[in-house]
Structure formats: C-alpha cells, structure tokens
Design a protein around this ligand. Structure first.
Ligand code: IMP
Length: 194
C-alpha cells in the first residue's frame, strides 16, 4: 500500500505503527509518484481523501493519506485544518510556535486546552473509500519543551504523561497520539475490508 505523504517524519511514525501486517507501506517518493496536491478541502477527512484519490488515480494499490492539525480552543480552533499553512507553509515551526505562545500570553492553564486531530482516508483499488478520525487532548504549554517529534510538538502538553509530545519517545507518542490512534483504527477497518 502507499501512504500519500511527502512528510518523512510522518512516514516514520506510520511505519512503526502499521508494521507489515498488511504489506509494506511505501511513501509516494518510494512509489515513484511526484505530484503536487492542493489540499483545498474544509475538513480533515476531505483533505485526506483528496490526497488519497489523487494518488489512487495513478496506481492499482490501496492508497492511504492523512490530514491532521492542532486545534486550540482559546483561538476558536485555530490553526486547525490550516495547521501546515499557518503563517505560511515555509515558515519555521520555531516562528509558528512562538506566535501561538504569544497569542496565548496571559491565558490561564484551564483555558489553554487543545487537541491534535488526525483523519485518515483509504481508497481501495475497486474505488471503495473509508475514513477514520482520532484526537489526543492536551493543552498549550507556556514555552517550547523537548526536541523530539516535529511541528507543534514542543508546545503540546499531554497531562496524561506529564510532558509535551516533543519530550516523548517515539513509542510514547505513538501510544497516545492522534495519528497512532487513527492508524490503529484504520488497521482494524482494513482487517474487515481487505
Ligand atoms: P498535513 O500534512 O496537511 O496533515 O499537516 C498537518 C500539520 O499539522 C503539520 O504540518 C503540523 O504542523 C501539524 N501536525 C500534525 N500532526 C502533528 C504532530 O504529530 N506533531 C506536531 N504537529 C503536527
């Protein structure tokens, strides 16, 4: 199967979680597919399916794609579905995280609630489509902490484990993360549908 993403950090998490139960998971690059896909959907599910369908048109394999984002309650769910594009696609996460921390300056702990959300879309070679969605609840910390992970991980604090997702080992993050949960849900769906 092919996972329609160009993000190597995500691929690493996906490979760890999917294992080889349903065959090897190839990235778009490994499958030799080079296309620019415009994510113009308004929901995570729509965007995941836009990516999966674009690749599925070119191959006869099962194609998966995810779309994810960080929702901050105090900012009415921002950056949400626009998380990758927040302040511009090429802006570093140092800058994006600093901006979000600034926008939450003076906001009390109980009002800093946030979640990472992940939807995964699967398009089967016969055209059937499945989507799953999962989330991990947490809050925005007061400063960046930790060097692991990527993106908004250094500012996303998970009370359950008492640390940010950037302070977690890969195993810890995968066990609680939005993507980890969604991938495990999808694995179950694939078991039923393949
Ligand atoms: P996507 O590649 O369109 O799904 O973009 C999702 C964006 O949400 C990423 O570029 C990150 O900014 C953010 N994001 C999603 N999942 C994570 C995560 O596990 N850690 C940190 N940031 C994440």
């Amino acid at each position: 199967m092919i996972f329609a993403t160009g993000n190597e950090d995500k691929m690493k998490e996906i490979r760890m979680i999917m294992g080889e139960d349903h065959g090897k998971v190839l990235s778009m690059k490994e499958a030799g597919i080079q296309i620019d896909i415009e994510e113009n959907g308004t929901t995570y599910e729509e965007n995941a399916l836009i990516k999966a369908r674009a690749v599925a048109k070119r191959v006869h394999d099962l194609v998966l794609a995810d779309d994810s984002g960080l929702e901050i309650d105090f900012l009415n769910g921002e950056p949400g579905v626009y998380s990758a594009r927040y302040l511009g696609e090429d802006t570093s996460y140092r800058v994006k995280n600093a901006k979000l921390l600034k926008r939450l300056e003076g906001v009390s702990e109980e009002k800093r609630t946030a979640r990472f959300v992940c939807a995964i879309g699967a398009v089967f070679p016969d055209g059937r489509e499945v989507t799953v969605r999962a989330a991990v609840e947490g809050r925005i910390d007061y400063e960046e902490k930790g060097k692991n992970g990527f993106g908004y991980d250094p500012i996303f604090y998970v009370p359950e484990l008492g640390k940010t997702t950037a302070e977690m080992t890969e195993e810890e993050k995968n066990s609680i993360s939005h993507r980890g949960k969604a991938l495990r849900m999808l694995k179950e769906e694939l078991g039923k549908n393949l």
